[in-house]
Write a protein that binds this ligand. Sequence first.
Ligand code: UVW
Length: 334
Amino acid sequence: MRWKRRPEGSNWGDFGPDDQIGRMNLLTPKRRLAAVREVTEGLAFTLSLPLDHTGADNPMRKPPRLFAEVVEGDPAYNQTLRIGDAATCDVMCDDAVTLYTQYSTQWDSLAHWGQQFDADGDGVAEKVYYNGYRAGEHLVAPAGAHGPAAHALGIERLASAGVQGRGVLVNLKAIYGTERRWIGHDELMRAIDAQRIEVRPGDFLLLHTGYAEAILAQGPVPDMAVLDRTGAVLDGRDPRLLDWIDASGIVAICADTVAVEGYDWANPPRDGSTMLPIHELCLFKLGIHLGELWDLHDLADWLLAHDRHACLLTAPPLRLPGAVGSPVTPIATV
Ligand code: UVW
């Protein structure tokens, strides 16, 4: 074991001492088959924003830069293909991209959020992540252009898990409108009951709030003053909400908002506790993956019009070893 003490309320070790996918372990073949049975129409919905649209006011995360590599003085774009002295009729393009993995529609890996926690039980807190993987020893920052040196909990673990299962969509916009409000346990249950949603272990919980539509209405440069007043956000200060997330058996929470949960950077906690309790619970304690900035509005409108709430969700991240996040183009099929 990498740890002697596990955080209160965590499931570290329950899926094995070396587990790196957490709750995704609950995505069994039987549950995938149940998800496939949600498909009755053959309609597919793309759940990503265009990759150059963000709703986050995060200067660390920059828009993608797409370029053509220069090969022997020419950009690899609209090139006629010559092989030795043979000229062909072929014209071709290649390109490259610099990508911030959490700029737009994304998955957070379990390496995205850890905590200073005394997992050794020696009275000294160390930086530690889900299942006791440690900073410096198991998580090492990428070593320059040629990739990571050593990295536990990278997004490739999620990619290998086969991210396909039953999505259940809670249409918070339909119940609460698009104005910013914090959603605790009772508000979430009210929406789930009103929409007669059955949440099962192994499900992906999709939260539609109208935030992604507000981003699209603005174009690639977000007006954060508007977005900060838009969309419902989970209230991680509500212990009953945290208990429900734990007990529900869901494998992921995917929202159209920036962080799934509400936060107030102007008023951080003064007691050394977490700034983001849902991140702490999901990524650090339970291994529940978080999806952010998913554009759920077409799917949500269709489900509402047809008095349905579930779909087959297919959402693999990039199989990029060591990455802490990944762009994703999820597809919902109904
Ligand atoms: C933060 O940095 C708040 O992360 P996320 O993109 O998961 O919200």
